[in-house]
Ligand binder design. Structure first.
Ligand code: TRP
Length: 334
């Protein structure tokens, strides 16, 4: 990504409130969000409009939205520095999404691998599932974000947002910053504890496959004890040949803020039992402060509401500036 030294980037990222946040979400995304919010101009959204592409239970959705917002804060995102908001509370997203949808081709949307996967799997193939990437482009372009930290599965969507921005700029003159996806430097890709070739996911039917952000110490210890390792007892960071042990090393290293290769050196010559004990300690110490802060935030409803209100107002003010410009370029008035 092009950035001039000393010039903070504008970062936007978002996560769907699908319930049950895992250690994978924390070490892969939220911990990084907190780190980036120290230096960059960050917008973080709870992407509840995207969640509606799957049929939701309203009471459960409401709970999941609040829980995710509280968890993002608990993971260390500072609401004084970053703008944290709930996507549906900033109506500019939906307005820009329509304007961008009119500049997005059916062919482009049909090529999205996530759409192909989801429409093959789920019965409810609604139009929102298809236009999902133009709403995502609106999320990004509304704030002129130049950096979008995402996992590999969302990279194609950010590339489409980029194409839409370039197309719009070419047609109407310089309007949007052109965003770039990036895989965060400290973002660890955490795999299932039961099948380390798959990503850790809360929708896994085996709860031993993932550590939930709200698991207590005993549960964490039990799940790590049962984690799949390799057969020969050697501790080495080699994700291809030793996916189980490498995943444990990645978890350990990410919790401690070090590299997995260094972690492997630390455990050379030790047994899997010792490694698992150290991973357990590292995860428990990483989760303890987050869980305490999460509980505190959820207990004070008024305070959390006020934070989210103020985040939505800040986001809306920034979004309106972009939207006004887009309106004018298109021949519309506000
Ligand atoms: N689609 C993303 C996901 O499911 C969430 C998301 C929505 C997002 N809008 C975004 C991610 C904008 C990055 C930028 O993970």
């Amino acid at each position: 990504m092009e950035t001039t030294p000393n010039q903070p980037r504008t970062i936007l990222s978002a996560m769907q409130p699908s319930g049950g946040m895992t250690l994978g979400n924390y070490l892969g995304a939220m911990k990084n969000w907190a780190i980036m919010s120290q230096t960059d101009n960050c917008y973080y959204a709870v992407a509840d409009l995207h969640a509606l592409t799957v049929r939701q239970n309203p009471a459960e959705l409401r709970r999941n939205i609040r829980n995710l917002a509280a968890m993002i804060l608990a993971c260390g995102v500072n609401p004084e520095r970053a703008t944290l908001f709930i996507q549906s509370q900033v109506p500019e997203h939906s307005v820009l999404a329509w304007l961008l949808t009119c500049h997005t081709y059916m062919g482009e949307l049909s090529r999205m691998t996530q759409f192909k996967d989801k429409s093959a799997k789920q019965e409810n193939i609604n139009a929102g599932l298809f236009t999902y990437p133009s709403l995502m482009a609106a999320d990004i372009l509304l704030y002129n974000a130049n950096g979008v930290p995402v996992g590999a599965d969302q990279k194609q969507h950010v590339e489409l947002a980029r194409d839409i921005a370039i197309r719009f700029n070419n047609a109407y003159g310089e309007t949007f910053a052109v965003p770039e996806p990036f895989i965060p430097k400290y973002g660890a890709r955490i795999m299932s504890l039961q099948d380390p070739t798959k990503k850790m996911s809360k929708s896994d039917e085996n709860p031993n496959a993932y550590i939930s952000m709200t698991d207590d110490n005993d549960t964490v210890a039990r799940k790590i004890k049962r984690a799949v390792t390799d057969s020969d007892g050697v501790i080495e960071f080699d994700p291809e040949h030793r996916p189980g042990v490498s995943n444990l090393l990645t978890i350990y290293a990410a919790c401690k803020g070090q590299s997995a290769v260094d972690a492997a050196a630390e455990f050379a010559g030790q047994g899997y039992g010792q490694l698992k004990q150290a991973v357990t300690d590292a995860v428990q110490s990483a989760l303890a402060p987050v869980q305490a802060e999460y509980a505190r935030l959820l207990a004070d409803k008024e305070h959390l509401n006020a934070l989210l209100r103020s985040g939505a107002e800040k986001a809306s003010a920034a979004g309106r500036r972009t939207l006004r410009k887009v309106y004018r370029k298109l021949g519309l008035d506000m």
